[in-house]
Design a binder for this molecule. Structure first.
Ligand code: 13P
Length: 281
């Protein structure tokens, strides 16, 4: 069933568990996430980055996701990831997305507050949830999010409470040392900053840059207020490697078979994360 982000994250902080948010770019990747949801019996967030509008239109994404969500017993939210353009956010809400992320992380605090509040007012009227970001992530290796590389800036815990109160946002993405993409050096995840933010803010906290983050650190973050974890690069890395192996093994594989296998590979890596996030205690 298709629900909004607020619904899917309900109770997650209390239960110390996280819902995985998986980036999709095609029919095959949507079906891969849906298969992992079905196999695990757990909810998940299907996340479409505004930068992937070159791959699929908003309407196409909504049509495919609605079809797969209708066939699932679990809850699925359809989320617009990292969007700096309020017009695209409006189009996503009109098209049927149930959640949007306004990314004002590169803006001065007051401007981020003003724009995020505007998006919240517009989205909440249609029962669509809003995620926003305070602080920004560095860019790691193999990431596709080059357009949102604002450099590393840790979230200031003292701003977080004011930001949430003034905007009415449903979930807050925090910057505590994860990177978009794979790590170039040993990760330095500041759980102390996360704890300080969690003390100030009771809404679900979001961790971007899940790929390559050591499992024990992800679990520690979940224990300390992270309720949504985004994974993108690793889905691509894993799937492309498996496709390359398949082609090396059977160079004449028909494309129709390869598209089905793509969904299977996506499902394998997504399942790994859903399982991790839900058995964290
Ligand atoms: P990774 O590519 O590091 O998994 O990050 C994904 C992400 O945060 C999408 O918003």
């Amino acid at each position: 069933m298709l629900v909004n982000l607020k619904t899917i994250l309900e109770g997650t902080r209390k239960d110390a568990r996280a819902v995985g948010s998986f980036n999709i770019y095609s029919y095959e990747t949507i079906h891969g996430v849906a298969a992992a949801v079905k196999k695990s019996g757990k909810d998940a967030i299907i996340s479409f980055g505004a930068s992937y509008l070159v791959n699929m239109s908003l309407k196409t994404v909504v049509a495919i996701v609605k079809e797969v969500a209708d066939e699932l017993e679990q809850n699925v939210a359809l989320h617009l990831d990292h969007c700096t353009d309020i017009n695209i956010i409006k189009n996503a809400i009109d098209a049927g997305f149930t959640s949007v992320m306004y990314d004002g992380s590169s803006l001065p605090f007051e401007e981020n507050v003003k724009n995020t509040k505007l998006v919240c007012d517009m989205a909440h009227e249609k029962n669509v949830s809003v995620e926003a970001e305070l602080g920004s992530l560095a860019l790691g290796e193999y990431s596709n999010e080059t357009d949102i590389d604002h450099g590393q800036a840790y979230t200031d815990p003292s701003n977080a409470k004011e930001f949430v109160e003034r905007t009415g946002v449903d979930a807050l993405a925090v910057s505590i040392g994860t990177v978009h993409g794979m790590y170039k050096a040993k990760p330095n995840i500041r759980v102390d900053i996360l704890k300080a933010i969690a003390k100030e803010v009771s809404i679900p906290l979001v961790l971007h840059g899940g790929s390559g983050t050591p499992q024990e650190l992800l679990l520690e973050c979940i224990d300390n207020g992270i309720c949504k974890i985004n994974v993108n690069t690793e889905i691509s890395q894993y799937t492309v490697k498996k496709i390359a192996e398949k082609i090396a093994e059977e160079p004449n594989t028909h494309l129709s078979k390869l598209t089905l296998l793509t969904s299977d590979y996506v499902s394998e890596i997504v399942y790994k994360y859903i399982d991790l996030f839900n058995n964290c205690k």
